[in-house]
Design a protein. Structure first.
Length: 222
């Protein structure tokens, strides 16, 4: 779908000079407006291209633990269903920049306003994406089930264990029987993930503790 010209802020020279810091940090968000139709087959076609994933966006904006499924440009090495993982470099970022022509880029990429100091403004925030995808939860849920043979809640719980394990394994030390965090070594994406993990503890305590226990056991074996 062709996007509104008003949301085109592209400045190729500036982005070339920057080297794509935004795309190195994370794939940009798709809007439902980026798709020709919201049928299962239309969404699946884009997901199967290898450049988009279904992700879970928590309602951290209102301090709720609920989440909605959204679509985001896929991170390197990530799966088509990547519900809970650290943001990382977008698969569509190549040596010469984004593989998509300007008008075909996801809304999140087109709505970034490049700035000279590279403190670019994002006009299509995670919060807007979260709200825009609300009417399409059923079709995304069907896709999660199609790809993973699990419901999104089950898959998310599996992902939370894995993320808690990886974060704790890479960023904690063991003192006696306890783990202590070394948060100063976090990347920006890991910090964001750590904050989200903390926010969802009331609903995912068992999974977070399981992941951290697995990390502790592995660290003790060293
Ligand atoms: S939008 Fe900003 S961060 Fe992204 S490539 Fe352009 S200048 Fe860099
Ligand atoms: S799809 Fe293109 S604009 Fe969006 S993050 Fe990936 S490389 Fe950047």
């Amino acid at each position: 779908m062709k996007i509104d010209e008003k949301s085109l802020y592209i400045n190729h020279d500036l982005c070339k000079a920057c080297g794509g810091k935004c795309c190195l940090y994370s794939g940009c968000s798709y809007s439902p407006r980026d798709f020709k139709g919201m049928s299962l087959s239309s969404l699946k076609e884009r997901l199967d291209s290898g450049y988009a994933s279904i992700v879970a966006q928590f309602d951290v904006f209102e301090h709720n633990i609920s989440y909605h499924l959204c679509v985001r440009s896929r991170g390197l090495g990530r799966d088509v269903v990547d519900l809970f993982s650290a943001k990382n470099t977008c698969t569509a970022l190549k040596q010469d920049g984004c593989i998509f022509p300007d008008e075909m880029r996801p809304h999140g990429g087109l709505s970034l306003v490049p700035k000279e100091n590279f403190q670019c403004e994002n006009h299509y925030t995670d919060k807007i994406a979260y709200q825009e995808w609300i009417p399409y939860q059923k079709v995304l849920e069907r896709l999660v089930r199609l790809y993973t043979k699990m419901g999104s809640e089950e898959k998310l719980r599996e992902d939370v264990i894995q993320v808690a394990y990886l974060l704790a394994y890479q960023h904690t030390g063991v003192k006696g029987e306890r783990l202590f965090w070394r948060t100063d070594g976090f990347s920006r994406a890991e910090r964001e993930l750590f904050d989200t993990l903390n926010a969802i503890i009331p609903s995912y305590r068992k999974e977070i503790e399981l992941g951290m226990t697995q990390a502790k056991n592995k660290l003790l074996q060293k």
